[in-house]
Design a protein around this ligand. Structure first.
Ligand SMILES: *[C@@H]1O[C@H](CO)[C@@H](O)[C@H](O)[C@H]1NC(C)=O
Ligand SMILES: *[C@@H]1O[C@H](CO)[C@@H](O)[C@H](O)[C@H]1NC(C)=O
Ligand SMILES: *[C@@H]1O[C@H](CO)[C@@H](O)[C@H](O)[C@H]1NC(C)=O
Ligand SMILES: *[C@@H]1O[C@H](CO)[C@@H](O)[C@H](O)[C@H]1NC(C)=O
Length: 213
């Protein structure tokens, strides 16, 4: 069975079909969480979480709340993104937002708040992202085609075992760029996107975190 059909049968999915401009502060956007699709592998249907300015399978979401100034930060349990106009960002409350980009090593990363120059300074690529919402209750798909990327890779910290770090599938990734030190051990996968509704976050309509770190 096709993996998206399996997912459809597991989850009652809702999908917004609005193509909307990228703006982290707009609640009318279509935030989504990421789920890896690679049938018959240990990463299949695992959630992808922001952790240490990177994206990981098998690590929890890490967030920051300036609790002195902000009394009502979201719990920060989920990693939610937005994508549109070729770019992608974290779905956060922090002013200025957080841009998602790809490093020259292929690593998928994001800016910390108040660090708007970061992608440029790191020679990062901020364009080439897209999110195609699912139709008929299927999951959507998040993609990156910049740098001639053919998709996404999950690279294991130790051979074939979690945690796995997410990279764009570009040519020239060195062994020294990936956790585990072995590019051949990375698995290409499809990055499915589930809208917040499936995770029960849509009733708030707001971001799942103040800031990802
Ligand atoms: C993620 O968080 C949960 C709940 O706090 C904890 O039980 C689990 O061990 C954590 N997983 C990892 C990989 O740190
Ligand atoms: C970005 O690219 C320039 C030109 O190749 C290089 O000099 C610089 O060191 C790079 N910066 C980083 C952070 O890799
Ligand atoms: C992408 O592919 C084109 C055509 O093969 C090539 O000219 C270009 O240099 C490639 N770009 C990168 C970033 O690899
Ligand atoms: C790298 O990973 C590949 C695929 O899992 C494996 O066949 C190879 O033995 C690994 N190389 C090293 C040096 O561990």
């Amino acid at each position: 069975m096709h993996s998206s059909l399996i997912i459809t049968s597991l989850l009652p999915l809702l999908a917004s079909t609005n193509p909307l401009p990228l703006s982290p502060r707009q609640t009318t956007l279509n935030p989504f969480t990421l789920i890896a699709g690679r049938s018959g592998s240990p990463i299949h249907l695992s959630s992808i979480n922001a952790n240490g300015e990177s994206f990981w399978i098998g690590k929890n979401t890490t967030t920051y709340c300036p609790s002195e100034e902000v009394k009502d930060c979201p719990p920060g349990l989920y990693t939610e993104l937005l994508a549109g106009d070729g770019g992608a960002s974290m779905y956060t409350e922090v002013p200025g937002g957080q841009t998602v980009y790809v490093l020259p090593t292929g690593a998928l990363t994001f800016t910390l708040a108040h660090a708007e120059g970061q992608p440029f300074e790191n020679n990062g690529t901020t364009t080439g992202f897209a999110f195609t919402p699912g139709s008929d209750n299927a999951l959507g798909v998040f993609s990156f085609t910049g740098l001639n990327s053919t998709g996404f890779l999950a690279c294991p910290a130790t051979s074939g075992a979690a945690p796995w770090q997410v990279f764009a599938a570009i040519t020239g990734i060195k062994n020294s760029d990936v956790p585990g030190g072995n590019v051949s051990a990375c698995l290409e996968f499809v990055a499915f996107g589930a809208s917040g509704a499936e995770l029960g976050t849509a009733n708030t309509g707001g971001p799942a975190a103040w800031e990802y770190v």
